[in-house]
Ligand binder design. Structure first.
Ligand code: 5GP
Ligand code: MN
Length: 336
C-alpha cells in the first residue's frame, strides 16, 4: 500500500504509466484520463492512456486523444504496456470488471494501482485510493488530486484544464445534478482561468451530432416513450433493428435517458437498448430515489444514486417487463 507521502515520492521518479478507465468511456472517463495524461506528460514519465473499448466521436477531440490506445483494436501493444507498467491509474471505475478484457491483465500486473473514482462501494484492487462519492466527476478529483495531493496547481495548463472541464461538464449533466456544489463551480472557474474555453467545449460535445442521431432521438421520443404516471416513471426502449435503421454508433444513445426526466412529475427515467449480446439498462432519477439500488439488486450493475446502469441476459421485452414488476416496490418513493 502507498500513503500520500510515499505516493508523491513514487511519482517523483520517471515511471512507465498506464492510465485506464471504464469500457465505453463517457465524457468524464475520457476527460479525467486525458486531463491526468496532459498533466503527467509535463514530467519525465512514459505515459499511455488505454481505453478498454472505443468511444464516441464527440469525445475524440480532447488534447492527447491521438495517443490513446483502444485495447480491442491494439491488443498486443496494450498488453505489453500493461505488463511493463510501473503504475496504473484506474480512473472513474470501482471494479475491475468495468475494464472488460483488460481485467486479468491489470489484476495480475505488478504495477502500483492508483484508483481515482467517485462510484459507491469500490473493490479492493488498488494500492492507493483517492475516492470521494460526493465528487460530481472523477475529473473533479483529478483536479483536487493535482492541487491538494501533489500540491502542483501550477501545472494545470490549458490542455489539462480543457479535458477536466469536459469531464465535469458531462458528469454533472451540464452543472445540473445536486452534486454540482459551489466548490465544483470554483474548480471550473479555475479551469477556465487556466485556459479551458467553456463554450467551445460545450459545442464540441453537445452540438456535434449527426442527422441520423437527431432523427433517432426523434424516433425515441415520438414512438418509443412510455410514461407510467402511476409510478412517475418514463421508459424509452430501442431495438437492435432501430440501431441499424438509424446507423447508431457507440455513444449515440448517451443522454437520451435524461429526456424522460424532463416531464413534470417524473422521478425515474429508464432507457433500454438491445445490444448484440445483452440488453443494457440506464436509469436516471431525481432527488433521493436510489436508481443504483435497482441496478445493483436486479440488473447486476450499479452506479450513483441519480445515474446508474446495468445489464440483462433476457430479451428486451422481458427486461422491460421485469423492470415494470419492480416499480410497485418503489411506489412510495416514486410518488412522494
Ligand atoms: P450509464 O447509464 O450512462 O451507462 O451509466 C450511468 C452510471 O452508472 C455511470 O456512472 C456508470 O459508471 C454506472 N454504471 C453503468 N453501468 C454499470 C454497471 O454495469 N455496473 C456498475 N457498477 N456501474 C454501472
Ligand atoms: Mn464519472
Amino acid at each position: 500500500m502507498l500513503n500520500k507521502a510515499s505516493l508523491v515520492q513514487f511519482l517523483a521518479q520517471p515511471l512507465k504509466i498506464v492510465i485506464t478507465t471504464h469500457h465505453k468511456p463517457d465524457g468524464d472517463a475520457m476527460g479525467s484520463s486525458l486531463g491526468l495524461y496532459n498533466y503527467l506528460i509535463q514530467f519525465n514519465h512514459h505515459i499511455t492512456v488505454i481505453s478498454p473499448t472505443d468511444y464516441p466521436a464527440n469525445l475524440s477531440w480532447m488534447p492527447g486523444n491521438e495517443h490513446v490506445i483502444v485495447f480491442t483494436e491494439q491488443v498486443e501493444q496494450a498488453y505489453n504496456l500493461i505488463a511493463e507498467a510501473d503504475a496504473i491509474f484506474c480512473l472513474d471505475f470501482n471494479a475491475l470488471s468495468r475494464i472488460n478484457q483488460m481485467e486479468p491483465l491489470v489484476a495480475k500486473s505488478k504495477a502500483k494501482k492508483i484508483m481515482i473514482d467517485h462510484h459507491l462501494e469500490p473493490e479492493s484492487f488498488d494500492d492507493f485510493r483517492y475516492w470521494d462519492i460526493k465528487a460530481c466527476a472523477t475529473a473533479q478529483l483529478i483536479y483536487t488530486f493535482i492541487v491538494e495531493i501533489l500540491n502542483d496547481k501550477a501545472h494545470i495548463n490549458k490542455e489539462v484544464a480543457t479535458c477536466l472541464y469536459a469531464g465535469i461538464l458531462t458528469d454533472s449533466a451540464s452543472f445540473c445534478l445536486p452534486n454540482t456544489t459551489s466548490a465544483v463551480h470554483r474548480i471550473t472557474a479555475d479551469l477556465i482561468d487556466a485556459g479551458a474555453v467553456n463554450y467551445l467545449i460545450y459545442d464540441l460535445i453537445y452540438d456535434n451530432t449527426s442527422e441520423n442521431r437527431l432523427r433517432f432521438l426523434g424516433n425515441c421520443l415520438f414512438n418509443k416513450l412510455e410514461v407510467l404516471y402511476e409510478y412517475n416513471t418514463a421508459i424509452i426502449s430501442v431495438t437492435k433493428e432501430e440501431l441499424e435503421q438509424f446507423d447508431i454508433n457507440t455513444g449515440d444513445t448517451e443522454g437520451i435517458v435524461n429526456y424522460g426526466l424532463s416531464i413534470a412529475g417524473v422521478n425515474l427515467a429508464a432507457f433500454f437498448v438491445e445490444r448484440t449480446d445483452r440488453v443494457k439498462l440506464s436509469l436516471r432519477s431525481k432527488g433521493t430515489f436510489p436508481a443504483n439500488e435497482i441496478c445493483k439488486n436486479y440488473f447486476g450493475g450499479g452506479g450513483h444514486r441519480n445515474a446508474a446502469g446495468g445489464l440483462s441476459d433476457y430479451s428486451l421485452q422481458e427486461t422491460i417487463n421485469q423492470f415494470k414488476l419492480i416499480l410497485p416496490k418503489y411506489k412510495n418513493l416514486l410518488t412522494q
